[in-house]
Every structure is written in C-alpha cells, then in structure tokens.
Design a protein around this ligand. Structure first.
Ligand code: FAD
Length: 505
C-alpha cells in the first residue's frame, strides 16, 4: 500500500482525490507544483477553487453529467494558478467505486498543457497565414508535394480550373512544362531548382481561343512532423507553382507580331518566287542540256568519224557551258541554314498562317475547322520556312476549292509515337490517284486557271521544306472528299550539350 501511495505522491501528473461534492481530500506533489497550492492550502476546499470564469459552464455540466453516470470525463479547461495566472489543464476525472458499485470518491488527474496548446496554435496560425498568403497571391497559385499531389490551391487557381474546364490545371501545366523544357524540367523537379517566366500555350479546342500562361516555381522543404519521422526526420519538398494568365498581353504582342509577320511573309514570298524562278530556269536549261548530252553520246558511239569530231567538241563546249550555268543558278538558290533552327510550336505557326490568310479564306467563302491538339510539343526548325510550307498548302487548298459547292478547310494537329502529325484537308476536286506521286515534282501543276502566276513548283518547295525538317509529306490515299495532305515531324529532343550545361550550371 505504501508503494501505491509513494507512486501516486511522486507521479508527474497533478492528482487529487475528492469526495462526491469535489471537496479535496488528497493532492500529490505534482498537484501543488502545477496549481501553486500546498496540500494544507487546498485540502478541505472545493476543486472549484481552481476554476476560472472563462471556462464555459457547459464544460462543467458535461463533466458532472459524465462522472454522475460513473463514466470517465476527459477534457480541457482553464485553471487559475495560486498566483493568479491562468493555465490550460488537460483534466481526466474518474469515479472511484466501492465493492457495491457505488461511487465513493472522484479522482482527478491533470497536466498543464498551456505550452503544447500555444505550439499547436502557432502551427495553426502559420498554416492559416500560409493559406492567406497563397490565397492573396494575385495569380493562380498551387502547392504541389514531391509526389505531384496538390496540397493547397488558392481561389484564383480554382477559378482557372473552372475556366479551362480542366480538373487539375497544375497537372496539365506540369505536363506541358515537361514537354516544353524536357531534361531541363527533370532538373528543375529533381534538383528542386526555382524557375520563372516559363511561358506555355494551351489550346483548349472546341473553337475556344488559345491561352497563354507564364509559370514560376519555388521549392521549399517542410518537416511534416509525423511520428514516422520521429527519429529520421520527415522533411518533404514542396513546389509553389504560380501561373499567371498572360493571354491579354500576348494578344497585344500578337497583333504587333502579326504585323511584323505579314512583312516577313511578303519577303519570304519574294524569296520563294525567286526560288521558283531559279528552279524554272534550271529546268529550262537542264532539259535541252539532257538532249544535247544524249546527242553527244550517240556521236560518241559512232566512233572517231573525223566529220563528227568538230561537232562533238562543239557539243561538249555547249554542255560544259550549260552545266556551268546550271551550277551558277543552283548557287543562287537561297539555302536554309539549319544551324539557325530553334524550337517551333506548329500550332502557333498554323494559327499564324490561318490568321494571315483569314481575309482570303473569308472572301472565298471557306469554312475553317481548326482542331489543334491542346498540348503540342515543339520541333526544331525554321519558323519562317514552316510558315511558308503551310501557307503554300493552304493557298493550294483555297485555289482548289474555287469551283466547289462545299468549301471546307480542316486543319488538325496531334501527336503519336514521338511524332507530330498535321493534316490539311479540303473539299476541292482532289488529286487523281495517278498524279499523287508527281505532285511534288517540279513543274507539275493541276491548276489551269488559278489567276495567279504559277509554274508548278510550290509543292516541290513544300517538299523541300519538309525534308529539311526530317519530316514526311504525302497525299492521304484514304481520303476521297477532296485532298488531304498529311505531314509528320519528329518531336524536338533536348540537345545533349544543353543537358550538360544545365547539369553543371
Ligand atoms: P459548479 O460546476 O456548479 O460547481 C460548484 C460545485 O457544486 C462543485 O464543485 C461541486 O461541489 C458541486 N456540484 C456541481 N454539480 C454537481 C453535481 N452534478 N453533483 C454533485 N455536486 C455538484 N474544476 C476546475 O475548474 N478545475 C479543476 O481542476 C477541477 N478538477 C476537478 C476534479 C475532480 C475530481 C472533480 C470531481 C471536479 C473537478 N472540477 C474542476 C470541477 C469543479 O468541481 C467545479 O464543478 C468547477 O470548478 C466549476 O465550479 P463552479 O463553482 O463554477 O460551478
């Protein structure tokens, strides 16, 4: 018995034993320590001596209700220390029963949990503060954990989700960033590097206009404070991703850019017609040269007839001079510098071309169905040349539909197997099967009276541009309602030297 007494006396929680009216009969040393009352100051007095009027009466009512039913009550209430200061007590009150099952006493155990509570409050305040800060960021902000889970999002982000009709725009943006920044993005993610001003284009489809977003990301580490990390720590990385809708600014820039593009396209067109003319000139020289070559071969086969020698020499001179002219003309063909290739988004290029040709399309009564894939990775190429390519194909389609009753131009982009696919189809007369292989050869044209000067090298140039971009172009044999040109290009890969630069940077 003395062991039990000693244990209770020395227990590190405040213990008191009362009669049925809560009059104190016994207190241990921890009780005196926590409340400030020595045993002689509290024995005989009521537990209510500790009460602070800030504790609502319902709490006491509940306490008494509980212990009256012989149940254990646990709760927190405000106690007043002997010196007048308040502390938060985590109190357990239990009835003590006799052999007949009647309550004879109550035992109260309490701890001062003021510090614990203040810490909890601090954490809550910090969380609230963080939430308020995130909420008040004037752009869409979302907190993503290292496993890609969204843990916090502000109102603007939620509004954006509704606006874009995408469940979690952050996941979409992460996907776009991965596609656009490739290995660099892996570096951002795995090395927790900050980034900003990463611009993304999103094409929602369904006739809705393109949207532009500027993304910034800041990493930070936070200790989760879970029991799992009690010994090893439970720090986790978080990415605060902010996404600013810059569509309006982009639209303004876009207008300036389109004006510039118009001028550039005019230049390009001049260059293309110069190319066409040069191709035509080479062809014009090459054809008779081939005939002369054949004639000389015939003379060569006839042997050393002295009458032929002079003629053969003359022919050789003409052929040599002709070949020199062809070489000179070939040198004059403006070549594309593939070193100047940079990432190009074909949705953007096609969109530009459609915008630039809007007037012509409207004047020709053509309905355009533009279905870009919402997320299109870029390829490495020349934006100008690719613009010329699509312009050429779309202008061909416009010409082809000049006499059609139904005039529809459908432009689709999508990706499959690391390739970007583009189809441009019209509802014109189409290209007969027997001509489909010739269509990309120089000087072939199905146009009889297009009103434009045309020598039939447009698709040759188109073919050349596709080749320069390691792509493929063909007439879709499955399509019979007009002409469908199908092109495919490789998705851009991040250069190894760039990877190395980022890794050491
Ligand atoms: P009331 O809640 O009305 O209490 C006044 C007094 O009336 C009570 O102390 C009690 O003597 C009596 N009383 C009230 N209801 C009943 C009932 N249903 N049956 C029998 N008698 C009743 N309160 C604290 O503020 N701090 C403590 O640390 C604390 N420890 C306690 C430990 C034990 C073991 C017990 C049994 C009670 C404890 N109480 C404690 C509750 C305390 O007894 C009072 O109820 C409380 O302090 C509120 O007092 P009050 O004067 O504001 O009003």
């Amino acid at each position: 018995m003395s062991l039990i007494r000693a244990t209770v006396d020395q227990a590190p929680v405040a213990i008191s034993i009362t009669d049925l009216k809560a009059n104190i009969l016994y207190v241990n040393s921890a009780f005196s320590e926590i409340t400030g009352y020595a045993p002689q100051e509290c024995i005989g007095r009521n537990e209510s001596m500790l009460s602070d009027r800030r504790t609502p009466p319902e709490v006491y009512r509940e306490l008494w209700g509980c212990i009256s039913r012989q149940e254990v009550w646990k709760g927190r209430l405000l106690n007043r220390h002997r010196e007048g200061r308040r502390y938060l007590a985590a109190l357990t009150v239990a009835p003590v029963l006799n052999d007949a099952g009647e309550t004879t006493h109550f035992i109260g155990m309490h701890r001062d949990v003021t510090e614990e509570y203040l810490l909890q409050q601090q954490v809550r305040q910090q969380t609230l503060f963080l939430e308020t800060v995130v909420a008040s960021i004037p752009v869409s902000a979302v907190l993503i954990d290292e496993n890609g889970r969204i843990v916090l999002a502000n109102l603007m982000y939620k509004a954006l989700a509704g606006d874009l009709k995408v469940e979690e725009p952050a996941l979409l943006f992460l996907r776009l960033l991965t596609q656009e920044s490739g290995e660099e993005w892996t570096d951002f993610w795995h090395r927790e590097k900050a980034f900003r001003n990463l611009e993304l284009r999103f094409d929602p489809g369904g006739g809705r206009p393109s949207r532009w977003f500027s993304c910034a990301g800041q990493w930070f580490r936070h200790d989760e404070g879970t029991v799992d990390g009690f010994f090893s720590g439970s720090e986790k990385g978080y990415l605060l991703l902010t996404v600013d809708d810059v569509t309006l600014q982009k639209k303004q820039q876009e207008q300036y850019r389109l004006r510039g593009l118009q001028a550039l396209m005019a230049e390009e067109e001049k260059l293309e017609s110069l190319k066409e003319t040069l191709f035509a000139a080479i062809h014009q020289v090459q054809a008779p040269l081939n005939l002369l070559g054949a004639a000389k071969n015939m003379l060569d086969r006839r042997g050393d007839d002295p009458g032929n020698v002079a003629l053969r020499e003359l022919l050789q001179q003409v052929i040599t001079a002709g070949e020199a002219s062809v070489r000179t003309l070939e040198k004059c063909i403006p070549h594309t510098d593939t070193n100047g290739f940079k990432p190009v988004n074909l949705n953007q290029v096609l969109h530009d071309v459609i915008t630039l040709l809007t007037e012509r399309l409207l004047a020709s009564g053509i309905v355009v169905e533009w279905v870009p894939t919402p997320v299109l990775p870029s390829l490495r190429g020349s934006e100008n040349r690719l613009r010329s390519l699509f312009k050429q194909i779309i202008e061909n389609a416009i010409d082809a539909m000049a006499h059609s009753r139904q005039r529809e131009l459908r432009i689709h982009t999508w990706t499959r197997d690391q390739l970007i696919h583009i189809t441009i189809e019209d509802t014109g007369p189409g290209i007969p099967i027997e001509l489909r292989t010739q269509i990309f050869e120089p000087f072939f044209t199905t146009k009889t009276n297009s009103g434009r000067q045309h020598v039939g090298v447009g698709l040759t140039v188109a073919h050349e541009i596709v080749n320069q971009h390691n792509g493929l172009i063909r007439i879709d044999p499955e399509y019979n309602e007009g002409c469908r040109i199908h092109m495919q290009f490789e998705i851009r890969k991040v250069q190894p030297e760039r990877r190395a630069k980022v890794a050491h940077g």
